[in-house]
Design a protein around this ligand. Structure first.
Ligand SMILES: [Zn+2]
Length: 409
């Protein structure tokens, strides 16, 4: 193996071949993963986190041995392997620790910066992740994987212009560009829309809308979000400190930008996106949708990006306002109950019927947890996830039972 790892995993042909293979693999093996549902979603970008993680593993697996020494646990190679294995097992706290220690031994290694950045990103530690990705790119400007993750980080943090700048820079260095170009084109449309949008600012939310005629709706939505902020915050004992961005779209704009199914009601991917512009939804339905999306925003703040879909969606639905017909109605007309162990990934690509079953099952599971252990135990679980504890360990510690046993009931 070559002694330096600076260029490992950065050759463009390899990158695109990996991506194409993994896309095919994911389509074949995992017909259901991502967002939607009677409520919402939490992963709307074209390149899903799952795909990015799989690509990342091939990069790290290929690069880490090149850095290997032999033997001891504090050896840089052992640390690289430990970090890579931890990412594969979704133990992101351990991964961040291992790559950070590896970086202390080899500060000029872009692969270690990249690995640490990925782990920090998944834990919701965006500032650390950004620093690591930028350092990886400073050490190796051709590090395409780091650029893609950094662009995605900016996008999910609501920094659209920065995401676009990163992708443009990457495209200037990339020979094969169709995928990034398509993403960039979508982001550019979103940027154009954002540039001509108006804003209503309240204490915790910035609500954007395009047409002046939608200003009353935007103010109504913002007020209802502030109500949800207080109500849900009181229930969970958690209040997001960062201002949350909300965008009102027409249905057509929403479809173009999120590419979600036509029956999805809203989305959260760092911003709350709601296709209600030009309409005036029923008050209860507006409350339900906005509350649901706010819970996703709160969960992301507390727990990062490792929360299983069933817990995220179940919590968001269970905490919808009491006046809305959530969960129970769907559950009542749903016969099939998918197993929780098959509901880790977001619900994208599910049919409407399967999504309804998934939401109902998730909601029942979370309500069962609340009844058995209390909401504080779930919040403690979320905080553990944000701190890097693997899900099964956090579940057993905070809910005093094994996740496998709970899921089997
Ligand atoms: Zn949702």
């Amino acid at each position: 193996m070559a002694p330096t790892t600076a260029r490992a995993g950065t050759r463009e042909g390899d990158f695109w071949a990996r991506r194409d293979r993994l896309r095919t693999w994911i389509r074949e093996k995992t017909p259901g993963s991502c967002n939607l549902g009677p409520g919402c979603c939490s992963c709307t970008t074209r390149i899903t986190l799952r795909l990015l993680l799989l690509i990342t593993l091939t990069v790290l697996t290929g690069a880490a041995p090149a850095a290997a020494g032999v033997g001891k646990d504090d050896d840089v190679g052992a640390l690289a392997r430990k970090g890579t294995a931890a990412i594969e097992q979704r133990r992101f706290g351990e991964a961040l620790d291992a790559f950070t220690k590896a970086l202390a031994l080899q500060p000029e290694n872009p692969t270690f910066c990249f690995g640490a950045g990925v782990a920090a990103f998944m834990l919701g530690q965006d500032e650390t992740a950004q620093t690591r990705f930028e350092r990886a790119l400073a050490l190796n400007p051709d590090y395409l994987d780091a650029a893609v993750w950094l662009g995605d980080l900016h996008y999910r943090a609501g920094r659209l212009s920065e995401a676009i700048a990163i992708y443009k820079m990457t495209l200037r260095r990339s020979a094969r560009r169709s995928d990034l170009e398509a993403q960039l084109a979508t982001w550019s449309k979103e940027q154009e829309l954002h540039d001509r949008s108006r804003e209503v600012r309240t204490e915790h939310f910035s609500t954007f809308f395009e047409s002046l005629s939608d200003e009353p709706l935007a103010r109504e939505a913002a007020d209802r979000l502030e109500t949800a902020y207080s109500r849900v915050g009181r229930t969970l004992g958690v209040y997001p400190s960062e201002r949350i961005t909300v965008v009102l779209y027409t249905r057509e704009q929403f479809s173009t930008i999120t590419r979600l199914a036509s029956w999805s009601a809203a989305a959260y991917d760092g911003r709350i996106r709601v296709p209600i512009a030009g309409t005036w939804p029923e008050r209860d339905e507006l409350d339900r949708i906005l509350s649901h999306e706010f819970v996703h925003a709160l969960v992301a703040t507390v727990a990062g990006r490792t929360v299983p879909a069933w817990l995220n969606e179940g919590l968001a639905t269970a905490l919808e306002p009491a006046s809305s017909e959530n969960g129970e109605t769907t559950a009542a007309r749903t016969r099939a109950s998918p197993n929780l162990s098959k509901m880790d990934q977001p619900f994208v690509d599910l049919s409407r019927e399967d999504a309804e079953a998934a939401y109902a099952s998730a909601t029942r599971a979370v309500r069962r947890l609340i009844e058995q252990r209390g909401i504080d135990a779930i919040v403690a679980l979320l905080k553990d996830l944000g701190g890097g504890t693997p899900f099964n360990s956090a579940f057993e510690r905070r809910l005093e039972m094994r996740h496998e046993d709970f899921a089997a009931r």
